[in-house]
Design a binder for this molecule. Structure first.
Ligand code: HMG
Ligand code: MG
Length: 306
């Protein structure tokens, strides 16, 4: 890749908080997004417009999107599963015009039918049909669309992923108009070897500039897998402060690789990255305390112990 700059998508307020047992009050979500922006995060996933029957933790995202401090140069992304989610988001843009600048949506599907069914109640083919309509409508309204493919390494229900299917689903999302597709190791079972093989397969039909890596840290491979992706030319990584997160439909999977850990690995490397590591470490402790959980970032804990 021509640029050595690695973009970080901070997914803590969405992927992180969607899996918490307790519902986090909107003020805490707003403060989390604000702290992340002030710590230099340039792309922040602020929440999702999904069914509250499926993921009650994400209720109140409209309030979060309205109340956050919008920083110029920062992009705010919101996960949308279907046309209903999109219309809620578009209505918000007309009622609260301040929400629009820098706001984007993210759509999501999977590499296996079993996961897609568990997560969104449709097969992959049905979801692609649904998402093509959502994407077209979003683009018609001037809203950029990011895509996700889940279970790119293993599926909790059907085992090892077919990397050819990952490649084809990625291609379908780019063809429908997504500006980028994030490859999700939902279960966090990947290793540098399997992640490298998966990326090689995806590159068979997709440009590296349009790919991102999304690694859950269940087996502690998150940083190694992220660096494998960067060495393969990928320049966008998803991570969450304090290593928050997990998917409610991926039993046993833990949080995303911690933003602090990614920053620590990239700072002083041949790659460039933005973000204030000390401020992020502090934010990781603050949100962990709010949630009554351990800080899952090894780097955050090491910084505090210094
Ligand atoms: P369904 O039950 O088939 O949908 O769910 P439905 O159309 O029959 O609607 C059921 C009810 O939900 C109805 O309410 C709808 O109005 C309502 P009722 O009439 O019964 O009162 N509803 C909605 N409400 C608010 N916003 C909406 C919406 N849509 C329907 N957008 C559906 C289908 C897609 C809605 C459901 O399966 C769903 O919401 N799934 C989301 C699951 C989710 O959020 N998963 C986590 C995010 S993905 C992830 O974490 C992976 C990722 O991090 C990458 C990785 O790690 O792999 C991105
Ligand atoms: Mg995830």
């Amino acid at each position: 890749s021509s640029s050595n700059f690695v973009n970080i998508v901070e997914v803590g307020p969405r992927d992180g908080l969607q899996n918490e047992k307790s519902v986090v009050p909107p003020e805490t979500k707003v403060e989390l997004v604000n702290r992340l922006g002030r710590a230099g995060m340039k792309i922040i996933e602020g929440g999702s417009f999904v069914s509250p029957k499926w993921v009650p933790q994400m209720a109140g995202t409209a309030e979060v999107a309205t109340k956050i401090e919008k920083l110029s140069g920062v992009t705010y992304q919101y996960l949308v599963p279907n046309e209903k989610g999109l219309s809620t988001f578009l209505n918000l843009l007309s009622e609260q015009p301040d929400v629009r600048p820098g706001s984007e949506i993210a759509i999501f599907t999977a590499a296996t039918d079993a996961f897609s069914k568990a997560n969104t109640n449709v097969t992959v083919a049905e979801s692609l049909e649904r998402l093509a309509k959502v994407t077209r409508a979003a683009l018609d309204h001037g809203v950029r669309v990011r895509g996700y493919v889940s279970v790119v390494i293993t599926c909790p229900y059907s085992g090892k992923a077919d990397y050819g299917r990952v490649r084809d689903v990625t291609r379908a999302l780019l063809d429908m108009g997504c500006f980028e597709v994030s490859l999700g190791d939902t279960t966090g079972t990947g290793t540098p070897t399997s992640v490298g093989e998966m990326i090689d397969a995806v590159l068979g039909a997709n440009p590296v500039q349009k790919l991102a890596g999304h690694f859950h840290d269940t087996f502690g491979m998150g940083v190694a897998n992220a660096m494998t992706a960067v060495d393969a030319g990928i320049r966008t990584l998803d991570s969450s402060v304090g290593g928050l997160g997990g998917c409610p439909y991926s039993p046993g999977a833990t949080g995303n690789v911690a933003t602090e850990d990614i920053l620590y690995a990239l700072q002083g490397s041949k790659y460039d990255v933005a973000g204030d590591l000390d401020a992020l470490a502090e934010t990781g402790f603050w949100i962990s305390e709010q949630l009554g959980r351990e800080n899952a970032s090894r780097v955050g804990r090491a910084i505090r112990a210094r």
